[in-house]
Design a protein around this ligand. Structure first.
Ligand code: PSU
Ligand code: MN
Length: 303
């Protein structure tokens, strides 16, 4: 085999014992949040998953080896290292073959999770169809991954830096169910609602687990998106966020940002323009997703 994959001891034991394992991405650490909040959040999210009875597996590529489950030291090193490559589907073979460091995106994490036999993945938000994609063709590889890789992704929807309507259309075309956890409205990351509806509102982790199981029993390839709204007390004001996002998008355009730089650029601008408020919201919603994701994974395991 032309790649190496290492499972942490905790993940290995969980596999032996049949304990539910939840994948976590590393782009959120290297490109999604600043230091030191990135490390703190990564570690706290792992602990939330452990408290709920499941086992976390933060995924990254270190010196070309795929790591399924990182130690605290490894998370810290990843967070502090400059120039870690954002690793989506396209980037994986290059990073692995050349022995580089890569932080996996939603797509990259799903691929590695599936290689390791992990079916659940908690993150903040997925990538999607960018605004203006009818001209730029900027569509995150996350969507194609959801179309083909059998991992359920628990997130807080997608940021409205994206075109949420087109993102929903794309997912529909690709047969990816978008389940609203106790909500009919598609959550937009910082806000609990958006002008769009999810496909189905499901109220209990048990029912969600059953739906996921049924999809895969039917031999339908691909993932499921579970959209879990940010807790009320942490949500940001919708019109304020719309303004911020418009400004961030205008700056991206003025600076001719394109390709894989677009999302990190926008995330950083949003953070600056909200005086860090967006970061607090981001941390809160990821933790909330960890709680809900663990419940769903536990329910799935118990069936
Ligand atoms: N959205 C967020 N935070 C993030 C990302 C997206 O709110 O950190 C990251 C995820 O890793 C996601 C990636 O998979 O950005 C999407 O990047 P792109 O649009 O280049 O596919
Ligand atoms: Mn893109």
């Amino acid at each position: 085999m032309n790649y190496k994959m290492i499972l942490s001891e905790e993940v290995k034991t969980a596999k032996e014992n049949g304990t539910p394992i939840i994948a976590l991405e590393s782009t959120i650490i290297t490109h999604g949040m600043p230091y030191p909040q990135n490390i703190q959040t990564a570690i706290e999210v792992e602990d939330i998953i452990r408290e709920a009875g499941a086992v976390p597996a933060t995924i990254a590529i270190l010196n070309g080896t795929i790591h399924i489950g990182l130690s605290k030291d490894e998370i810290e090193e990843l967070a502090k290292t400059e120039g870690v490559i954002k690793a989506s589907r396209r980037d994986l073979p290059y990073i692995v073959a050349q022995g580089l460091n890569g932080a996996t995106t939603v797509a990259g994490t799903m691929i590695c999770a599936q290689l390791a036999g992990i079916q659940f993945f908690v993150t903040g938000g997925i990538g999607g169809v960018h605004r203006g994609a009818e001209e730029t063709m900027d569509i995150s590889a996350d969507l194609e991954e959801l179309a083909q890789t059998n991992v359920a992704v628990i997130c807080a929807g997608a940021k409205s830096i994206l075109d949420l309507g087109l993102t929903m259309e794309y997912l529909e075309t690709k047969g990816v169910p978008v389940i609203g956890y106790q909500t009919k409205s598609l959550p937009a990351f910082y806000t609990r609602t958006s002008p769009f509806e999810v496909n189905i509102k499901v109220d209990s982790p048990d029912e969600i687990a059953k739906l996921i199981k049924t999809k895969w029993d039917l031999n339908l390839q691909g993932g499921v998106v579970i959209a879990n709204p940010i807790p009320e007390e942490d949500a940001l004001d919708e019109s304020f966020m719309n303004e911020v996002i418009s400004k961030a998008l205008a700056e991206a355009e003025a600076n001719h940002i394109h390709g894989k730089e677009v999302t990190p650029f926008l995330l950083d601008k949003v953070k600056q323009l909200t005086d860090g408020k967006s970061l607090e919201a981001n941390i809160a919603l990821v933790k909330n997703n960890a709680r809900v994701g663990a419940k769903i994974a536990m329910a799935f395991g118990a069936e």
